[in-house]
Design a protein around this ligand. Structure first.
Ligand SMILES: C[S@@+](CC[C@H](N)C(=O)[O-])C[C@H]1O[C@@H](n2cnc3c(N)ncnc32)[C@H](O)[C@@H]1O
Length: 251
């Protein structure tokens, strides 16, 4: 399956509405009763990377979960507690019903820009597959993205990890990530069009970080022009960077 290019996972004319709850409610109402859909990549393709950064006993939050089977894949693989939020009440109600017998999977309607229902430092890991990308479409995109990242940073523990799976290359995502929070950032990539079913060789080793300097030029040099990949930014919260930044401003 060509994710992002065909089927219900394509960025199309309605892109501008991707940051709006009404758009997703409408879409999930139309798709109700259908098969789960995973944007970009399914769990088995990304599992080796998650294993590197998220131990199985860690408390995980998936933001903008949609009706994807990703979190189910995580608990089937041994993850003990996966919280899921989405702005669409339609999809959250459907997922609550679907997983009502699971102790390990929890679904809540919540806007990722306001996660005040969660205390600071509630999670060891946050997974975002396509949600920051949605936020970056439509009105006030930069402001919405900044609010989201501020909340992600707040609800993560120190040394917690925010894993962002996106189509956005470093020249579009790196500054946004660096400006908003104090992270140590690693970049991984995965071929777009290969699925877990294929026997084709991957062009990139998912578990090896790509060299990443401050402006992302090193990654572009390593990957070449327009590589056919999804980017995975592994952002490790680092309170000591924040202290240093504060110190730079006050001294
Ligand atoms: C591109 S889909 C990705 C769905 C899923 N993560 C996946 O990988 O298949 C984006 C999801 O983000 C949700 N979303 C958009 N804005 C949101 C917000 N402000 N707060 C929480 N979820 C949001 C949408 O309802 C939608 O389910």
């Amino acid at each position: 399956m060509k994710r992002m290019i065909t089927g219900s996972g394509s960025w199309s004319n309605s892109q501008a509405a991707y940051g709006e709850a009404w758009y997703w409610d409408k879409r999930y109402t139309i798709e109700a009763g259908g098969a789960p859909f995973d944007w970009y990549q399914k769990y088995p393709s990304l599992a080796p990377l998650l294993h590197l950064y998220i131990p199985l006993h860690h408390r995980v939050l998936v933001v903008g979960c949609g009706n994807s089977a990703f979190s189910e894949g995580m608990v089937n693989d041994g993850y003990s507690e996966v919280f899921n939020i989405d702005i669409s009440s339609v999809v959250v109600e459907a997922m609550q019903k679907k997983y009502s017998s699971s102790q390990k999977l929890k679904y809540m309607k919540m806007d990722v820009r306001d996660m005040s229902a969660f205390e600071a430092g509630s999670f060891d890991a946050i997974v975002d597959k396509g949600t920051l990308d949605s936020m970056l479409c439509g009105h006030n995109s930069r402001e919405n993205a900044a609010k989201m990242l501020e909340e992600v940073d707040r609800v993560l523990k120190d040394r917690g990890v925010y894993i962002l799976v996106t189509y956005g290359a470093p020249n579009y995502r790196l500054r946004l990530l660096k400006n908003s929070c104090s992270w140590t950032i690693k970049l991984h990539v995965i071929d777009k069009l290969l699925s877990e079913e294929t026997t084709e060789r991957r062009a990139w080793d998912l578990t090896c970080p790509v060299p990443l300097n401050d402006d992302g030029i090193s990654a572009e040099a390593a990957l070449g022009n327009n590589p056919d990949v999804h980017y995975i930014y592994v952002c490790i919260k680092d309170e000591s960077c924040r202290q240093n930044k504060k110190h730079e401003f006050t001294s």
